[in-house]
Design a protein around this ligand. Structure first.
Ligand code: MEV
Length: 426
């Protein structure tokens, strides 16, 4: 088989890199950054966090076949778990057969909170803050004139009365701010701190916490897909059977928090891997996802799966997506910059649309496997590879040992060592 006929996963690592270069979108420097050479240097890392002693590498794979809003996208994913990249690519190919992903994102509006304590009359304070909203917004805007010039900045102020808390009643001010292509934590937190004195003088109270909320429910990303049932058929399973079982599997997550936590974890396998590859704050995205999943008061699935009028399997995913293409590590980390370039993600909205699509693909991959042949089958050989490596099996012996362990259904470091010993003494 020559290189042209091979699928991406069949190529060697240098061949994959060469193909990315042939595709035209990456320079040699970008390719080097992607392949971790030099990657993030210790000097660069030393400017990012404190007490640096080095860097820590994780595998980066490129998910294939994504068609998002009519555009082909190669999606770099950083993750230690086997099968995730393969599942994303496979599901993207199925979803492509139904026209690909339709993705969208709201305006990049983040919300920051000020906790206002020691207020004598909460209603009167709310009234006074409402009256002063234009002044408060103006003051907040002064915190970041560049953001305002770029079309972002403070948009709104809302007020909430918390009447029942362990310390009694208090007031919460929400500042809504369009942060454009940034993740936005710095912009929001700076603006909130600027408002402190004004808020205190208007309310007569004491502003304690001033911090963004990770429940970024004004910054949502959505993806949808519609897959013809026949495209889902495989082995002994008809397409209709796979479709209906996926819907049954989803229904479990829709009603049961124990299942929903795992279901959403599968979604986050895809989401986090791209968030991480782009140097974004995956803890913020995780926090937002799970808080959003519990917004009704009961933790539930972030996605929905149903049967369309034409018999298609229809999937939808919606969740907060606080990610940026400027600021933070997105521009400092050389690989993150190359990743954004490879995906053609120019704005935070572009990036959010890609990430949410990967989350939906990953969810489909997990449900399809779980509702048919089970998850372990697909996991086995990759898991066995990791076990073989952990057992110290030399490179040239990994493949046969993996095959043997999978065949025996006994995938353990001890067994890998035993097989090596058997071969040595044969
Ligand atoms: C494993 O990393 C993710 C799954 O558990 C997700 C799911 O159960 O839906 C397979």
């Amino acid at each position: 088989m020559n290189k042209e006929q091979k699928k991406f996963y069949q190529l060697t690592v240098p061949e994959r890199l060469a193909q990315l270069k042939d595709d035209g979108s990456l320079s040699d420097a970008d390719l080097k950054a992607l392949s971790g050479s030099p990657g993030l240097t210790t000097e660069q890392a030393d400017h990012m966090i404190e007490n640096v002693v080095g860097t820590y590498a994780l595998p980066m794979g490129i998910a294939q076949h994504f068609l998002i809003n009519g555009r082909d996208v190669q999606v770099p994913m950083v993750i230690e778990e086997p099968s995730v990249v393969a599942a994303a690519s496979f599901m993207a190919r199925l979803i492509r057969s139904g026209g690909g992903f339709s993705a969208s994102a709201t305006a990049p509006e983040m919300v920051g909170q000020i906790q206002i304590l020691d207020v004598d009359d909460l209603d009167q304070a709310i009234h006074a803050l409402e009256e002063a909203t234009p002044e408060l917004l103006e003051k907040a805007a002064q915190a970041d004139p560049l953001l305002v010039k770029l079309g972002g900045g403070p948009r709104d102020i809302t007020l909430r009365k918390i009447e029942d808390s362990p310390i009694g009643a208090f007031l919460v001010l929400h500042l809504v701010m369009d942060v454009r292509d940034a993740m936005g934590a710095n912009a929001i937190n700076t603006a909130l701190e600027r408002l402190t004195l004004l808020v205190e003088s208007i309310t007569g109270g004491r502003a304690l916490l001033r911090i963004l909320t990770n429940l970024a429910d004004r910054r949502l990303a959505r993806a949808e897909c519609s897959i013809p049932a026949e495209a889902l058929a495989f082995g002994e399973y008809s397409g209709e059977m796979v479709r209906d079982r996926i819907i049954e599997a989803w229904a479990f997550a829709a009603v049961d928090p124990y299942r929903a936590a795992t279901h959403n974890k599968g979604i986050m396998n895809g989401v986090d891997a791209v968030v991480l590859a782009t140097g974004n704050d995956w803890r913020a995205v995780e926090a937002g996802a799970h808080a959003y999943a519990a917004r009704s008061g009961k933790y539930t699935s972030l996605s929905t799966w149903s049967k369309g009028d034409n018999g298609d399997l229809v999937g939808e995913l919606e969740m907060p997506m606080a990610v940026g293409t400027v600021g933070g590590a997105t521009r400092v980390h050389p690989a993150a910059a190359a990743v954004l370039k490879l995906m053609g993600a120019k704005t935070a909205v572009d990036l959010a649309e890609i990430i949410i699509s990967v989350g939906l693909a990953q969810n489909l991959g997990a449900l399809r496997a779980l509702a048919t042949e089970g998850i372990q089958r697909g996991h086995m050989s990759l898991h066995a590879r990791q076990v073989a490596v952990a057992a110290g099996v030399p490179q040239e012996r990994i493949h046969p040992i993996v095959e043997q362990m999978v065949k025996e259904g006994n995938i353990h470091v001890d067994r890998a060592m035993e097989i090596m010993e058997e071969w040595r003494t044969r």
